[in-house]
Design a protein around this ligand. Structure first.
Ligand code: PLP
Length: 479
């Protein structure tokens, strides 16, 4: 393909993408294919001779689309959203064209410098205290990771390294491996499984703590675990608190947990993967109260802030904690400006990194702070309207209040009824939702995910759910 052929193909692809998203409502949200479907549709080997663009283009509908789950369909209500917007897509095109691997400042100064400034813009946009921002000239700063799971692992590894350095300084005679084997981290039963996974990857035990009846990790639960573990010779060092848990979007109280962490020298990592985007709105910032106690804070603009995957924003109060944990400096990566600009390779697990801050820049400039706030408020309003509609049918109950664009509901009665209902709905494939457990209670999660979702879509989803409820159980009291 030469540049003129690319121009024509790119125009065709842009038209295709626009038509795909403009008409996505007409596609069944869940595909009907079986595992292994795709291998049968394409040759066993790569072609010997190059093919025309047209033959490749035709295979998008034939091979790919039958196996796509349409995350941006207005009927997609599973998991949490994944961001999507025209300006973010434009940024990714540019990032692909520049095609740099911005591991150090000199590897592409614009890549590093835009990221530093965008992380400050974004931090200010959500009301993060200045201590986390690079512009204050202190030790804090932000970095774009790929995912919240990576941010959690980076936080945990940094905490592990910092704790071991301190322990080794206090006990030079002790063996580092033995000290490491005594480390214990904490998450809650409502935390994302990424916390346990980070522990597995880092080779440290993550103890999962119980939550209270409001699904919050409380300071007393943390304190008693610290006491018990310390008495048993363990060394507590890391806590994950969640603002907007995955099952029900509940919020741990940072103001309560922070002092416990600080008093016991535990690294506090705050995971706001989904709900962090809502802090662009002043009215939701109370959930962040006490955030200055945290060592690291993370949220995913690629979830709810209209930025296409991947873009996970992580801030550190003292960036030296990760730089010193992950710093290896081979001669081939050195350059003359190492002390005057960050080299983000020290802030992350891989060496290579894409030019992801372009997405933040284009999105924040295109929507403006007001546009982003309007977007978040609209999504939350749609979830509340859905809740209102479904609550009119007294066969349903809501174990927790709707929170930030997420409604958790169930059929009254045994868990098996709601399980059967969800199975029917997802098999029909018009609306897609997933379940969760709040303690022992099975719930169905309805998250407003797509930027294309309108009130009429939410109404149609509600009708679809009620229709399947009719088939799941008798309807004595339908409205
Ligand atoms: N933390 C929370 C609260 C989440 O809801 C999720 C995913 O939904 C994650 C972490 C993991 O996110 P990622 O896919 O970016 O690793």
């Amino acid at each position: 393909m030469d540049s003129e052929q690319f121009r024509a193909a790119a125009h065709q692809m842009v038209d295709y993408v626009i038509d795909y998203l403009d008409n996505i409502r007409n596609r069944r949200v869940l595909p009907t294919v079986e595992p292994g479907y795709l291998r049968k549709l394409i040759p066993e080997e790569a072609p010997e001779q190059g093919e025309t663009w047209q033959s490749i283009f035709q295979d998008i509908e034939r091979v790919i689309m039958p196996g796509v789950t349409h995350w941006h369909s207005p009927n997609f209500h599973a998991y949490y959203p994944t961001g999507n917007s025209w300006p973010a897509m434009l940024a990714d095109i540019l990032s692909d064209a520049i095609g740099c691997v911005g591991f150090s400042w000199i590897a592409s100064p614009a890549c590093t410098e835009l990221e530093v400034v965008m992380m400050d813009w974004l931090g200010k946009l959500i009301g993060l205290p200045p201590v986390f921002l690079a512009s204050t000239g202190g030790k804090g700063g932000g970095v774009i990771q790929g995912t919240a799971s990576e941010a959690m692992l980076v936080g945990l590894l940094a905490a592990r390294s910092k704790t071991l350095k301190r322990l080794k300084a206090d006990n030079p005679e002790k063996d580092e491996q033995t000290l490491a084997s005594r480390l214990v981290a904490y998450s809650s039963e409502q935390s994302h499984s990424a916390a346990e996974r980070a522990g597995l990857l880092a080779g440290v035990h993550v103890r999962v703590l119980p939550t209270d009846d409001q699904l919050h990790l409380r300071a007393d639960a943390l304190q008693s675990a610290i006491k018990e573990d310390t008495a048993n010779g363990k060394i507590p060092f890391f806590v994950v608190a969640t603002l907007g848990t995955t099952p029900s979007c509940s919020f741990d109280d940072i103001e309560e947990l922070g002092p416990v962490c600080n008093d016991h020298l535990l690294w506090l990592h705050v995971d706001a993967a989904y709900a962090g985007s809502a802090f662009v709105c002043e009215e939701h910032r109370h959930y962040m109260k006490g955030i200055e106690r945290a060592d690291s804070f993370n949220f995913n603009p690629h979830k709810w802030l209209l930025v296409n995957f991947d873009c996970s924003a992580m801030w550190l109060k003292d960036a030296n904690d990760i730089v010193s944990a992950f710093n290896v400096d081979p001669i081939f990566l050195k350059h003359d400006h190492q002390s005057s600009a960050p080299d983000f390779r020290h802030w992350q697990i891989p060496l290579g990194r894409r030019f992801r801050s372009l997405k933040l820049w284009f999105v924040m400039r295109s929507y403006g702070a007001q546009g982003l706030r309007d977007y978040i408020r609209k999504q939350i309003r749609l979830a509340e309207q859905f809740h209102h509609m479904l609550a009119a049918d007294d066969r349903f109950e809501f174990p927790v209040a709707p929170s930030m664009g997420l409604v958790c509901f169930r059929l009254k009665g045994e868990n098996s009824l709601s399980e059967a209902l969800l199975k029917r709905i997802n098999e029909a494939g018009q609306v897609y939702m997933i379940p969760a457990k709040l303690h022992e209670t099975y719930i169905i999660r309805f998250a407003v995910c797509s930027r294309f979702t309108e009130l009429s879509d939410v109404q149609a989803s509600c009708e679809e759910i009620r229709r399947h409820a009719n088939e799941t159980l008798p309807a004595p009291n339908q409205n």
